[in-house]
Design a protein around this ligand. Structure first.
Ligand code: NAP
Length: 210
C-alpha cells in the first residue's frame, strides 16, 4: 500500500502562506508549533519542495523543545534541477533523500520520471519499498498542489492564522496551475475544527478516500 499522505500548512486568513517575494512568515504560535512537531514525530518521512528549501532553509526535524523523545523522520526534497544547496540545514542531522529526475546524474539521489517534475507515483512506490507508511508533506504550494492533482492526499491540515498578507503573487497552500475544469476540483470533508493560538486548525479528509 502506498504511504498515507498528510498535508500540513499554515496560512493567513486571506489564504497566503508567505510574503509575495516568498519570505517565510510566522503564521501560527507555540500551541500550533507543538502540534506540528508532535505530528512530525508520528510520521516516517517529511517532504518539501526545493522552493521551500531555497526560501526557508528548513531543518525538517522534531524539536526536543516540543517532544521529549523525538524520532528522526526521513527528510525528502523534490528537486528536478539539482538546486539544493550543499550547506542546507536539512543536511545537518538525520537521514535525507533528495529526489530528482532521470535528467540529472547526481550520485546518491533518487530519480523519478523526467523533465521539470518528480514523478510522484514513482516516488510513492520507492517510499513504500523503503517501508514509509506515513508521509507528511509540508509545502510549499506547488508541491502540495501536485499531490492533490495526482490524487495522493489523504488528509489536509490547515492552520488559519489571524492576519492578512495579501498580494496576488503571495504563495497559497495549493499553487501550480490549479484546476483546469470543475472535474479537477478536489473535494474535502471537514473532520474537525479547533481554536489554537489566535487562529483555527481545520482538518479535512479528501472525499472519495474512504
Ligand atoms: N506557511 C507554511 O506552512 C509554509 C510551508 C512551507 C513552505 N511555505 C512557503 O512556500 C513557499 C515555497 O513554495 P513554492 O510553491 O514556491 O515551492 P515548493 O512547492 O516548495 O517547491 C516547488 C518546486 O519543487 C520542484 N518540484 C519537483 N517535483 C515537483 C512536483 N512533482 N510537483 C511540484 N513541484 C515539484 C519544482 O522545482 P524544480 O523544477 O526546480 O524541481 C517546483 O518549482 C515559500 O515562500 C515558503 O515560505 C510556507
Amino acid at each position: 500500500m502506498r504511504p498515507k499522505v498528510i498535508v500540513n500548512v499554515a496560512m493567513s486568513a486571506d489564504g497566503k502562506i508567505a510574503l509575495p517575494d516568498k519570505t517565510e512568515v510566522k503564521i501560527s504560535g507555540e500551541e500550533d508549533f507543538e502540534r506540528v512537531h508532535h505530528l512530525r514525530n508520528t510520521v516516517d518521512a517529511i517532504l518539501v519542495g526545493i522552493g521551500t528549501v531555497l526560501a526557508d532553509d528548513p531543518k525538517m526535524t522534531v524539536k526536543r523543545k516540543y517532544v521529549d523523545d523525538p524520532t528522526h523522520p526521513l527528510k525528502i526534497v523534490l528537486d528536478s534541477h539539482a538546486r539544493t544547496p550543499p550547506d542546507a540545514q536539512l543536511f545537518s542531522k538525520g537521514e535525507h533523500l533528495i529526489v530528482t529526475t532521470e535528467d540529472n546524474d547526481k550520485k546518491g539521489w533518487i530519480k523519478c520520471g523526467e523533465g521539470d517534475e518528480v514523478d510522484l507515483h514513482q516516488l510513492m512506490d520507492i517510499l513504500e519499498e523503503r517501508g514509509v507508511e506515513k508521509l507528511l508533506v509540508e509545502g510549499g504550494g506547488e508541491v502540495i498542489y501536485s499531490f492533490f492533482r495526482e490524487g495522493l492526499v489523504d488528509e489536509f491540515n490547515v492552520f488559519v492564522g489571524s492576519m492578512v498578507i495579501g498580494g496576488q503573487d503571495a504563495p497559497t497552500p495549493a499553487d501550480g496551475p490549479g484546476a483546469q475544469s470543475i472535474d479537477d476540483i478536489v473535494n474535502l470533508k471537514l473532520i474537525s475544527h479547533e481554536k489554537m493560538d489566535d487562529g483555527i486548525l481545520l482538518r479535512y479528509r479528501v472525499k472519495g478516500d474512504d
